[in-house]
Design a protein. Structure first.
Length: 632
């Protein structure tokens, strides 16, 4: 896979002398057609490559930067009419203003690493190739897991002329692989720095991957001291004439104006090459497992896309510290059994938010207690909420020799009043504010006065139905503190469980094409947040009959479409292909409405000329489904 920046210039005119409105194009189109002007890239740009869309300044100085992220969905093709190579890019995410989170060129120019991007140094051009490290750093800035690290007047030190530990690539690799010299657990600092492009602060590593900055600082110094003890390399003398160990591994620089750490390390070139070699050999696989999970995550998407299903996978993966892909390869029954086991052990807790859910149920409140049933006497006592109790249990694990991860699942998180439910805890769930982290924070709770904080071994996992409420309408404080993973309809799941196509009465129905076609129509008529999930069709695995299919459409699909389109039956007909079917195969049957037969006189109203009915007999004809569209 390759990574790219594709640039669009608002000052560019087409053959009709019209300016190219990059922002409007990105906002209105889901699939962008982009020119490939650099001929040496024609054979390098491939399907599934990832792309950042860059808007040049144009006539608005300071407005340029990255406004969207996308994926290449076609090969490069030559457009004869326009005499240019073109490729199609599907937009994954848009952030077209600074308020929405776009990455400004002016910000990147100040970054110690990203200021070296080709598009910053030589901005003229349409297509720019990114290295793996450059893409990783840009993606971190895009996802707000890394800030801009501003350049300082001073440079990294010590220079090679000032100090050289004289350790080769092979020597570094041999020393790091020798567990009698360097403990494998110490390598996390070096690996995470490598993942961040080769440089960063301990605080940045802490923010992205958890644990404290002191943890990563200690591991780095441990490695440096261990290498010195093993090969007796010379040490660097600082300005106070004291021996210093970290320059064995890094160059360094103070950051006076950054809120993401006071000192930045940069991997020495031989060490960087050694880590690259070790990474190719799979030495860091266990650390890749650990870095897959964020403290606060929300799985979001339309109904039936497997959000609750995946919450089970994520919860088990976090608790057992293994990859999601590893769990997906196992039978789901086995994963579910492990989930229930962890739940019984108190390491997983599940709750559902709703409109009546409040702070008292979640954190703490006052509960009435009948002390004398005959006299009807009542007293009030404090009651800990479900999340407070869970955190207290998780905190006890931290005092053991092997602290374990705990997962708190919140189903339908967007249905509750998050500000009301979380209260002051909205700050405490931040990664750096957890107990044991660099900026750990506690609050005095309003009822009991207890000092309370969120332990750093508690993971919050939420699910959110976008058909109920768009992610854009969510509480801003919640959006800023959670990472979001989109769960879209995946027709491949139907193929994986053996129902990509089903045969009924010797005729084949292609369920994959049926689902994809209906969803393309919904996305065109409405949006991507209101599509139909693949999970609606999974009951056909056990019962691949026309009767089961009829039940799915009549009891689930039609009511869902009625809700989506507010009973606008003309659009529902378009989704189901009823506009092009014979009457007997229409799920939604339209009939002429003769106004004069209903109303007297000439009513001065805009009255409909059709009425619509659900035709239940159509659900039991296979042709009703095949005629939804071509290829079904």
């Amino acid at each position: 896979m390759n990574y790219w920046i594709f640039q669009g210039n608002p000052r560019h005119k087409d053959k009709d002398d019209r300016y190219f409105d990059v922002t409007k194009y990105v906002l209105e189109e889901d699939v962008l057609t982009w020119e490939v002007r650099q001929k040496h890239y024609v054979n390098q740009i491939k399907t599934d490559d990832l792309v950042f869309i860059w808007r040049a300044d144009g006539n608005q100085k300071g407005s340029g930067g990255i406004i969207a992220k996308g994926i290449v969905v076609s090969d490069v093709r030559f457009n004869v009419e326009k005499d240019v190579n073109q490729v199609e890019v599907k937009v994954i995410e848009r952030k077209v203003t600074p308020e929405a989170g776009m990455i400004l060129r002016s910000e990147l120019k100040q970054d110690i690493v990203l200021s070296e991007l080709q598009i910053i140094k030589q901005p003229s051009g349409t297509n720019f190739k990114l290295s793996d490290e450059e893409f990783t750093l840009l993606e971190q800035v895009w996802n707000k897991t890394r800030g801009i690290i501003k350049k300082e007047n001073c440079s990294f030190y010590p220079s090679l002329s000032e100090y050289d530990p004289d350790i080769t690539v092979n020597q570094f690799e041999e020393l790091l692989l020798n567990e009698s010299v360097v403990k494998r657990s110490w390598l996390d600092t070096l690996y995470f720095l490598y993942q961040m492009g080769g440089e960063g602060t301990c605080k940045q590593i802490s923010i992205k991957y958890g644990n404290t900055p002191q943890h990563y600082n200690r591991h780095a110094i441990n490695i440096a001291k261990a290498i010195h003890n093993e090969i007796d390399c010379k040490l660097y003398l600082n300005k106070d004439n004291k021996t210093t160990y970290w320059p064995i591994l890094f160059y360094g620089k103070e950051l006076r104006s950054s809120n993401e750490g006071e000192f930045i390390w940069k991997l020495r070139e031989p060490l960087l090459e050694a880590i690259q070699s070790m990474n190719k050999k799979g030495i860091f696989e266990c650390m890749k497992d650990e870095q897959e999970f964020f403290y606060n995550t929300i799985l979001y998407g339309p109904p039936g896309t497997g959000k609750t299903y995946h919450s089970v996978l994520y919860a088990v993966a976090i608790c057992d510290q293994i990859k999601i892909e590893t769990l997906k390869a196992k039978p789901y029954e086995e994963v579910l059994s492990r989930y229930h086991q962890l739940k019984d052990e108190g390491r997983i807790c599940f709750t559902t938010f709703h409109q009546s859910y409040g702070y008292e149920e979640f954190i703490e409140g006052i509960q009435p207690l009948i002390t004398d049933h005959e006299a009807g006497e009542i007293k009030y006592c404090y009651k800990n909420g479900i999340f407070k109790r869970f955190c207290q249990t998780a905190q006890c694990s931290l005092s053991t020799s092997q602290p374990k991860p705990y997962v708190f699942i919140i189903d339908e998180i967007n249905r509750g009043n998050v500000s009301k439910i979380f209260g002051e805890l909205i700050t405490l769930i931040e990664a750096t504010k957890r107990l044991g982290m660099s900026e750990e924070m506690t609050v005095s709770l309003p009822y009991t006065g207890d000092s309370f904080g969120v332990p750093n071994n508690v993971y919050l996992l939420g699910t959110m139905n976008t058909a109920d409420r768009s992610i854009a309408l969510m509480d801003t404080a919640l959006r800023r503190r959670f990472n979001f993973i989109e769960m879209l309809p995946d027709s491949k799941v139907l193929e994986e469980i053996g129902i990509g196509s089903i045969t009924i009465n010797d005729e084949t129905l292609n369920l994959v094409n049926l689902l994809e076609l209906m969803n393309r129509r919904i996305e065109y008529l409405f949006d991507r947040e209101h599509m139909i999930g693949h999970a609606f069709f999974t009951p056909l695995k056990k019962d691949p009959t026309l009767g089961r299919l009829a039940t799915i459409f009549e009891k689930s699909i039609i009511p869902l479409l009625q809700e989506y389109f507010y009973e606008d039956y003309e659009k529902i007909q378009l989704v189901l292909g009823d506009n092009a079917k014979e009457d007997q195969y229409k799920f939604i049957l339209d009939e002429p409405l003769r106004v004069r037969e209903i109303f007297s006189g000439h009513p001065d109203l805009d009255l409909p000329d059709k009425k619509y009915n659900i035709q239940r007999s159509a659900f039991y004809y296979l042709q009703s489904y095949k005629k939804i569209g071509v290829g079904v």
